[in-house]
Write a protein that binds this ligand. Structure first.
Ligand code: MRU
Length: 338
């Protein structure tokens, strides 16, 4: 059972706080209407918060899990068991496994320091992704974005939304079209909240409107984050990303993926080998606790999908922009020491 925290953040958008040896997570289930932190004082509580999507977004859940291990060590718990529990909280985002493995490769006495290093480096990495991407974002660009990939999905700044934020800060007069992102509404609730906080011009659309917007308005590119990139360049991201990429291809709109190198999983050959999380059918059948389908309606609720590499114009990382052929170019990156 998750507990409310009394922690106060400096910013409305700080997803993760470490205070007084406990982890405080901004409860993203309640944003934008309620700003409240959940306190996690055990690794079990962190795993539950990740599973329940109090904290969400690939980089943010990785950093939260790292602090979950710090809590486990503080309390003398079985560390291997807690590492396994944290990794299993959500199966698709490889950043979660990467962060836990990075901690396990560090002496336990340095875990708190290491968790803070992951925390700090996430911000720098996101800013670097945003810088790298600017050559792809023209002045006066209208950009379609899916899900939430901003400060809330990371420690700060964000990946795809970070690219948009930097373009805005540079005075590029960018306009973000935000897919609402059914069923958890990360676009309508969280990305709109972030754009409003940073003064970024934006418009929310329902997911199904994106192809029509591409057909009837000037759209310069789509930019999304991701949860895992396979060795052949296939990308796992929030459900609806694949449909957006298909529409972008049909309308000749460039489709960009922004992610840190920690999202690349070259041990996984292709998208078919990526486990896609299925979440509760209630996410679809209920809105604000209210049943909207007939009782017992059959529902399928994959939380992510795979966008084939062939639909992706470029993958933007903190060290540079990767273009096709992805299998070769990702392998080359690996040989440079990834
Ligand atoms: O289910 P969520 O909200 O955790 O899904 C988030 C996404 O799919 C993001 O696009 C991805 O994690 C990248 S966040 C920088």
């Amino acid at each position: 059972m998750l507990k409310n925290s009394t922690a106060q953040s400096q910013s409305r958008l700080q997803s993760i706080l470490w205070q007084g040896s406990t982890l405080h997570l901004l409860d993203q289930r309640r944003l934008p209407l309620v700003t409240e932190y959940v306190v996690c004082d055990t690794a079990d509580a962190v795993a539950e918060a990740i599973q329940e999507m109090v904290v969400r977004g690939a980089p943010a859940i990785g950093v939260a899990a790292a602090f979950g291990l710090v809590l486990a060590a503080q309390q003398g718990e079985n560390l291997e068991e807690k590492a396994t529990l944290l990794k299993a909280a959500r199966p698709t985002a490889v950043n979660l496994m990467w962060a836990v493995d990075t901690m396990l490769q560090t002496p336990v006495s340095d875990w708190e320091k290491k968790a803070f290093a992951l925390y700090d480096s996430d911000v720098l990495v996101n800013k670097a992704i945003g810088e790298q991407a600017q050559s792809l974002i023209p002045e006066n660009a209208t950009v379609i974005h899916h899900c939430n990939t901003g400060s809330l999905a990371t420690v700060d700044y964000g990946t795809a939304l970070g690219v948009i934020r930097i373009a805005h800060e540079r005075g590029k007069n960018i306009h973000a079209i935000l897919d609402e992102t059914r069923p958890r509404l990360q676009g309508a609730r969280l990305s709109a909240y972030e754009c409003q906080a940073f003064g970024i011009p934006h418009t929310v659309i329902v997911d199904g409107a994106a192809p029509w917007v591409m057909r009837t308005r000037q759209v310069d590119c789509c930019i999304v984050g991701c949860d895992r990139v396979a060795a052949n360049g296939d990308v796992a991201n929030k459900i609806g990303t694949y449909a957006l990429a298909l529409a972008a291809k049909a309308h000749n709109v460039p489709f960009y993926v922004a992610c840190p190198l920690s999202t690349l999983d070259l041990a996984t050959p292709n998208g078919e080998a990526i486990e896609i999380e299925e979440r509760s059918t209630k996410e679809i059948t209920h809105i604000q606790g209210q049943l909207i389908c007939p009782e017992n309606t059959p529902v399928f609720n994959p939380a992510f999908d795979i966008t084939p590499a062939a639909l992706i114009s470029a993958i933007i990382t903190e060290t540079g922009i990767i273009t096709p052929p992805y299998a070769d170019n990702l392998k080359a990156l690996k040989s440079q020491g990834l």
